[in-house]
Design a protein around this ligand. Structure first.
Ligand code: UT7
Length: 327
């Protein structure tokens, strides 16, 4: 029998691919729930919550589709492109408007679109998963993809529970991800992963509220952030010092600090917004990206590392060479 040739080594997650984040937009509902408000019905304090999490307030109100549409319109305006040029809508969310159907078709409809539209459920890693999927679709011929992360976690949060009630809020962030024809904007590498062994450290039953083993989530988060960041750095052939800005999932500033101690990143090169948003799951990374751009923290040619982790557990990281919007 003829010997089969061994299959070629798969270079999974190793780029570069020519894409560009051409526009970023966000939406935050007006209603604020400050730590001091929580003390009216919970045995806690602003000092305790801020010291343990870095959070002072979170936003409540809105719907996942409504926040998505607002963020998407802002991203389209930022990129200066018309909605009709979008080839695909990807909506990363853990808190869709309905169990059925997904929320993405309603968002597409409001934007005047009949292109493909689907929800992506990878918890807090969802927006980075969406970015990687968008890149795959662009490599298959699409030109422009709307990648949204949007949540109304308020509906799944028990604000009387001291573990979860202090953390979560609503919000949305959207990116226009384009095929880059200039050669300047590139996705250099990515890493996606999951470990379903940990389902029950953070979960919610149908129609129920979130239940969490906070200490275990903390522990696992630090480990997977280190592993995923290292994987993306190695695949891009980069070191920690090559990264100009890290945009981590905004869950808890202490998780980020603990992970950075292991990896070697500095807080100076880190985008954080959770003080004023709380944990907004799939929305948190695009919210922090928008803030970094608004504060001129990203320049053309910069290497930006997105690093997410969340329930599942899932994790995701991606390194982008920046050629996009200036915010
Ligand atoms: O996207 C991922 C989302 N999940 C996360 O990011 C969760 C990660 N984990 C965490 O952020 C932390 O585990 C929490 C902030 C949720 C809790 O902090 P902790 O340091 O793990 O607190 P703990 O549950 O171990 O409790 C320590 C102490 C206890 O008091 P004693 O027994 O030491 O006297 C608790 O009763 O803190 C007390 N405590 C609180 N005190 C004031 C627990 N929750 C609160 C609270 N306010 N909200």
């Amino acid at each position: 029998m003829q010997e089969q040739p061994s299959s070629p080594a798969r270079a999974v997650g190793v780029g570069p691919w020519d894409i560009n984040l051409a526009g970023i937009g966000i939406a935050l509902p007006d209603k604020r729930l400050h730590n001091n408000d929580l003390t009216a019905w919970m045995d806690t304090s602003d000092e305790w919550i801020f010291e343990r999490t870095g959070i002072r307030e979170r936003r409540l109100g809105g719907t996942t589709s409504g926040l998505s549409i607002e963020a998407a319109r802002a991203a389209l305006a930022d990129a200066q492109v018309d909605a009709s040029t979008i080839d695909q809508v990807i909506l990363a969310t853990t808190s869709p408007d309905y169990m059925l159907p997904g929320t993405a078709p309603a968002v597409a409809h409001e934007l005047g679109l009949t292109c493909g539209a689907f929800d992506l459920q990878a918890a807090c890693s969802g927006w980075v998963y969406g970015l990687v999927v968008a890149n795959g679709l662009i490599q298959q011929g699409m030109n422009r993809i709307l990648v949204i992360g949007a949540e109304t976690l308020e509906r799944m949060t028990d604000y009387h529970d001291r573990g979860t009630g202090i953390l979560f809020g609503n919000g949305a962030g959207a990116a226009i991800v384009d095929r880059d024809t200039t050669g300047a904007g590139r996705l250099l590498s990515w890493d996606l992963g999951s470990n379903g062994k940990h389902i029950h450290i953070l979960y919610s039953e149908h129609g129920g509220k979130m239940k969490m083993d906070g200490r275990e989530v903390f522990r696992q988060a630090v480990t997977v952030m280190q592993e995923s960041a290292t994987a993306s750095l190695e695949r891009a052939g980069l070191t920690v010092d090559d990264i100009d800005l890290v945009i981590p999932h905004q869950a808890n500033v202490r998780i980020v600090e603990a992970a950075w101690k292991r990896i070697g990143f500095s807080m100076e090169k880190t985008a954080m917004v959770l003080e004023h948003t709380g944990n907004t799951s799939a929305a948190s990374i695009p919210l922090a990206l928008h803030d970094a751009l608004a504060n001129d923290r990203i320049a053309k040619g910069d290497k930006v590392l997105f690093l997410g982790f969340g329930a599942g557990m899932t994790w995701a990281s991606a390194i982008v060479e920046w050629n996009g919007t200036s915010g």
